[in-house]
Design a protein around this ligand. Structure first.
Ligand code: HEM
Length: 144
């Protein structure tokens, strides 16, 4: 259990940290210079640890959730079930944002579409932070 939580926290550091760096350090410079290159360069470097980190989050997260609540109760009406549902909704949102970025934004990315990518980066970062916030709820019995 502790090893699972350790891996989950390690993956969370990479996923949340990487997106915060992208949002606050890489994106502002790219927008100012109207240059997509820094974003592309970051994504290429980050991908190698970011995607495995997300996969680790899914595997360890589903495993941990199973320890908190049997799968049969994941969709019931209790504070812990609501947290599991929250995680799954955030995961679905992450997947939609990821697919949309891959298929609709990144292939045609140019200076004009940079603000659109910026909105996307804000949303994915907020989602990442929300993942961590919902996660802390398990030990405190609810979302707030
Ligand atoms: C990038 C995605 C994710 C991030 C950043 C994230 C982050 C976190 C954080 C910071 C915690 C707090 C750990 C603690 O209580 O000490 C946590 C807990 C937890 N997360 Fe996630 N999480 C992610 C994805 C998921 C997914 C997909 C699931 C699956 C349903 C999940 C299930 C859980 C569970 C069950 C806990 C409670 C662990 C415990 O305290 O024993 N997480 N998460």
């Amino acid at each position: 259990m502790r090893h699972l939580l350790f891996l989950h926290l390690l993956g969370a550091s990479v996923w949340v940290g990487g997106h915060l760096v992208l949002l606050f350090s890489v994106l502002p410079g790219a927008l100012k210079r109207r240059d997509v290159q820094p974003v592309r360069a970051f994504e290429q470097l980050y991908e190698r640890v970011g995607i495995p980190a997300l996969l680790v989050q899914i595997v360890t997260g589903v495993w941990l959730a199973g320890k908190w609540l049997p799968h049969s109760q994941w969709f019931s009406d209790s504070p812990i079930a609501h947290l599991v549902q929250g995680k799954l909704i955030l995961l679905a949102f992450t997947a939609v944002l990821g697919v949309h970025a891959r298929l609709a934004i990144i292939p045609k990315l140019d200076a004009q579409r940079l603000p659109q990518l910026g909105v996307h980066i804000v949303l994915i970062t907020l989602t990442a932070v929300a993942f961590a916030w919902v996660g802390t709820g398990f030990r405190f019995g609810g979302l707030f």
